[in-house]
Design a protein. Structure first.
Length: 471
């Protein structure tokens, strides 16, 4: 008789050691986030070198690094990080194509029968989404990261937390739930998106059951506010909301945050993460940049053109090295997300970390247009800052004419709240978007609600702001 042993989750992790290594709140504030710069650097370096040793065993890294002339032992610490070639999501996709279905960067995990695994994916835009495996440590550390964020934003045990993200192939909703349930003692209320629980029902549940915290995308908070307005529900008077954990996208001038805070009457906190490395940045009550989860990730900023490492305060691509992930290791992953970093300092909330800015755009969404680099999301501030619009817009790039007479054209479609109501809006949008893009583009005012089919607003994924019709 053969026996099969089950890789039980509960016994797969040394939990007290895990908590000491990655302290959840409130211990985080007294440990990692109170360390001296030297002590933190030493901790990061130890973890980094352990991840390097693991990564050298994995074909994806071994082949790339050998091809770049590296040998095991060449990288002796974090100071040598820049010598390691960065990779992008394209490289992960190639890895998956060459060693289906999970790729040479993580197939090894399947060979360990003692390892419980969870599978999540990226939001795929074309073809199948990109699968990522999680072992229990990867799974729980992302929840600890998230619990630290929720705590800094005011969440406490038995908080009724309404999570308006769907537990699906995307891991953010799972992450919010696991954080609340496993590491915060909050009551996790997984209503899912508006496709799972209608927006009206979401509001009714919040009103009747007393939701105190929300987890929701900025775009969905606008839909909920609109629904409340139509149903005669007063968000400030009828709900018990204390704070909102959100993702604001490019909101450098703070228009979206102000709009949401005015509407909901509570603080709205921005956060940043990806499914591979978890929630690496979160705002605290100070709302002054995002705290970095520094014991779980090392962040570098690279010049998008030259890949040169940039200093604090300069805008570039975020390149992240995970300090906790072994399945799969993530070493120098160029996310193509533009941000700025700030040196480690004591924050008014009481913790000491480096910080980074909110999300400033995606360098791979950048459109080369008449010798200018245009970031479609840069229009967000202009459009959302004007109450005559619904805040929704879509940047459309195409080609007009044929042969030698053809030329690239860019038009930003902007939803006008009341069609034809204000002839001055057209001019104001043209001027505002010209300033944001650094080049003049066309503006087309369209009726409210007509862009959702292109932007994906109200759906499950991230809202799209670029429609590229060029051949
Ligand atoms: Zn703070």
């Amino acid at each position: 008789m053969t026996s099969t042993s089950i890789p039980y989750y509960w016994s797969s992790v040394d939990w007290p050691a895990f908590m000491a290594d990655f302290p959840p709140p409130p211990h985080y504030a007294e440990h990692t986030a109170a360390m001296s710069d030297d002590a933190l650097h030493a901790l990061q370096e130890t973890r980094f070198l352990a991840r390097m040793t693991e990564a050298w065993q994995i074909p994806f890294y071994r082949d790339r690094w050998s091809a770049a002339g590296l040998e095991p032992g060449d990288v002796r610490g974090l100071d040598d990080l820049a010598a390691i070639p960065a990779f992008t999501s394209d490289d992960l996709r190639e890895s998956i194509e060459s060693a289906p279905p999970f790729g040479s960067h993580q197939a090894f995990a399947l060979a360990d029968p003692g390892l419980p695994l969870k599978l999540q994916t990226s939001g795929g835009t074309t073809g199948l989404p990109r699968p990522t495996l999680f072992d229990p440590v990867a799974w729980e550390v992302q929840a600890v990261q998230y619990a630290r964020a929720l705590w800094a934003q005011g969440a406490r045990p038995h908080e009724l937390l309404q999570i308006t993200l769907t537990n699906s192939l995307a891991n953010i909703a799972w992450c919010a739930h696991t954080a609340a349930f496993n590491w915060l003692g909050a009551i996790s209320m997984t209503t899912g998106s508006g496709l799972v629980t209608s927006s009206l029902r979401q509001l009714e549940l919040a009103r009747e059951w007393g939701t105190t915290g929300w987890v929701a995308f900025g775009e969905y908070l606008k839909i909920l506010a609109q629904t409340a307005d139509e149903a005669g529900i007063d968000l400030r008077r009828d709900l018990a909301t204390r704070f909102i954990h959100s993702y604001l996208g490019v909101d450098t001038a703070g228009h979206l945050r102000r709009l949401l805070e005015d509407t909901w009457g509570v603080p709205v906190y921005d956060n940043y993460g990806t499914h591979e490395v978890g929630l690496i940045g979160f705002e605290c009550a100070a709302q002054d940049g995002m705290h970095m989860n520094e014991d779980t990730a090392v962040v570098q900023i690279l010049d998008p053109q030259t890949d040169e490492v940039l200093g604090h305060g300069q805008t570039g691509n975020l390149v992240v090295t995970s300090l906790h992930r072994s399945v799969p290791p993530i070493i120098r992953y160029d996310l193509k997300d533009l941000i700025q970093t700030r040196a480690r300092a004591l924050c008014s909330c009481g913790i000491r970390t480096a910080k980074f800015s909110g999300f400033l755009g995606r360098s791979d969404e950048m459109v080369k247009f008449r010798a200018n680099n245009v970031f479609p999301r840069a229009a967000q501030d202009v459009v959302m800052g004007d109450e005559r619009t619904t805040g929704e817009f879509l940047c459309v790039v195409g080609v007009e004419g044929e042969g030698l007479g053809s030329r690239e054209v860019m038009t930003v479609r902007v939803e006008q709240r009341v069609p034809g109501s204000d002839p001055g809006l057209q001019k104001d949008m043209e001027n505002g978007i010209k300033a944001a893009f650094g080049t003049r583009v066309g503006v087309e005012l369209v009726p409210a609600g007509t862009l959702a089919e292109f932007t994906g607003l109200g759906g499950e994924g991230k809202v799209k702001r670029l429609l590229d019709l060029r051949p």
